[in-house]
Design a protein around this ligand. Sequence first.
Ligand code: RIB
Length: 338
Amino acid sequence: MPDRARGPLLVVGSMNADLVVRTSRLPRPGETVTGSDLVVSPGGKSSNQAAAAALLGADVRLLGRVGDDGNADLLLARARAAGVDIRRVERLPDVATGTAMIAVDRSGENFIIVSPGANAQFAAADVVAAADFFADGSVLCLCLEVDLSVVQAAAEAANAAGATVVLNPSPFQDLDERLLRLVDVLVVNEHELADLVGGEALGSPDAPDWERVLEELGSIGPRHVVVTLGSAGAVVLALDAAGAARVHAEPAPRVEVVDTTGCGDAFLGALASRLALGEDPGTACRFAVQVGSFAATRPGAQESYPTAAELDRFTGSLAGARSSAAEVVAEGASRSAE
Ligand code: RIB
């Protein structure tokens, strides 16, 4: 990874207003169910990542687009309150701010449909025009809720400026190698990983062949792949300087899940905030797992994210019950867990 650390954390990408309804269970196709009152809250994967990192004390800058409507007011006010520098978020006339329709069931599971709105007007030329945004950044966070050309342009600018590029390919779409070559840390869930490398390379679902996964992806670009496993924690796959694979499992604390919306974004924002301080991905992942777990205990995306003080109280209160990421690694044949 590039060795610049301690500069601001950069986030380029999406901002959505989340239109959330809770239901006892998610509807089947063609079915109508009755839910709770509608709650409108700040969301969007990039905006969530930025808020998560800023609430934890990171110096965060966001580059994105909103419309000129009430949802934009909400998003900008909440990002500013979280401590995110939003001076490079532009309001566009005659377009709606991005929205996400979200249903959450009583087990905390969700489905999400995104209407991109202003996020779809964000163009690669806007990134090129914002060259100074990247000048002193230490880490750049990217997701795929904006056009791939925007993601590519941002990764190129950050890479040229010596920053570490962190990509969460969500919502998933095929990635070309030009982008993967610029990525230092790839953060994926199991579904995204299967889409990326194919089921065969993953091996058995119970005992994924992590070394093979890393060989496949590392040969293209990312030297670090972080696989999030929900309540089982996360696994960090790293290629060392000699090209040897290392596998590190980070179990999650057991928590009562209220809502998993935005937990992955909280994880990524927290991970990036620690990479920006110069931590290695394995150490940063331990912190990120705690933040993601905390977020699952409260409703909403950004609404569920902890401040540093709240996280301290949460980690202090944990009884030490840990979940099974270590077992996921241990079950994998012929590989070594650190
Ligand atoms: O990852 C959760 C986010 O996905 C929500 O906040 C929603 O806006 C969608 O972007």
